[in-house]
Ligand binder design. Structure first.
Ligand SMILES: [Zn+2]
Length: 311
């Protein structure tokens, strides 16, 4: 779901609380699904500024997953290799892909519920994410799309780093997810998610960083570039997947702006989130569970990133 942060981990069911107003319902779903950044659409937060809680001193163990780990290798399409080909159009560029959540977060609820400093406040280290009605976990979806994306971008010569590759017991925490992009001096970072909103809510949206400042958070240097990145991804995603922009967030633009996500607030490099669809809607879920569709989703995101890097 719209995530990175917040919401307790959960074994709680991701049910929609029908009679509530839309914004409240969305927030509630985020909480129950354990995926949201908190606040749902109630706090789009353009220009949101909060005093923050002092210097960032979260744990530091930025360990980018090793390229070519067993799980990566087993899922990489034939012909992909860890090393980008020389001379590709994205040669010399670094892209960090952040697969939202972690399939094993559900077994580490205590660890991921630890509060971390996101500059403008504190939030849970990570969340479990949502799932389709049939039990396909968002964390598996995000890993699959991210690995496809890595293959596509490497084929164009980019250096690609995943923040996790199914190779960690839980997390990383949202502050570390941001730090991995920062320390890689990434030219672009995309955090991959799928939403957990109410049935009937359909389509994708890209989440852009709001202008925030507080503690270790200062997005002033990345707001404009991230918007450019996000708009290109949204445009290419529509063409690649045939999906429509969200009918419940962003006024049909496919874009939302948030100031409550640690993964964006702490980024010093251009970064966006994409919610590829709504796992709690049966029609969207059918798309998200289709390997063919996930391939098209990855292609759309890759084309957006590529377009941004070649601008
Ligand atoms: Zn998510």
């Amino acid at each position: 779901m719209r995530d990175d942060d917040s919401s307790p981990p959960a074994s709680r069911p991701a049910v929609h609380r029908g009679p509530l107003a839309a914004a409240v319902a969305l927030a509630a779903v985020c909480l129950t699904a354990g995926c949201g950044g908190g606040g749902g659409q109630a706090g789009p937060a353009a220009g949101q500024v909060s005093p923050g809680s002092g210097a960032q001193d979260g744990p530091s163990s930025p360990v980018p997953p090793a390229a070519g780990s067993p799980s990566a290798a087993s899922l990489a399409p034939v012909g992909s290799s860890a090393e980008p080909p020389p001379g590709g159009p994205l040669s010399g560029r670094t892209v960090v892909i952040d697969p939202g959540h972690n399939p094993d977060n559900r077994d580490h609820t205590r660890e991921i519920s630890r509060q971390v400093d996101i500059g403008t406040g504190r939030k849970e280290c990570d969340t479990t994410g949502t799932a389709t009605g049939s039990g396909y976990a968002e964390a598996l979806f995000t890993l699959d799309v991210s690995r496809r994306l890595r293959t596509l971008l490497r084929a164009q010569g980019a250096e690609v780093v995943l923040t996790q590759d199914g190779d960690r017991a839980f997390g990383p925490c949202v502050d570390e997810r941001a730090r991995i992009g920062n320390e890689a001096r990434a030219d672009a970072v995309v955090s991959v998610h799928a939403d957990g909103s109410a049935a009937g809510d359909r389509g994708f949206h890209v989440i852009l960083p709001a202008a925030v400042r507080g503690g270790a958070a200062d997005t002033s240097g990345i707001v404009a570039a991230s918007r450019d990145l996000g708009e290109r991804i949204a445009g290419k995603f529509v063409r690649a997947t045939g999906s429509s922009p969200s009918n419940y967030i962003g006024g049909n633009t496919g874009l939302d702006t948030r100031g409550d996500l640690g993964g964006l607030n702490l980024s010093t490099v251009p970064k966006v989130f994409i919610e590829c669809g709504n796992m709690r809607d049966p029609d969207d879920a059918a798309l998200l569970m289709s390997a063919d569709w996930r391939g098209r989703a990855a292609a759309g995101i890759a084309e957006g990133i590529s377009s941004y890097l070649k601008r």
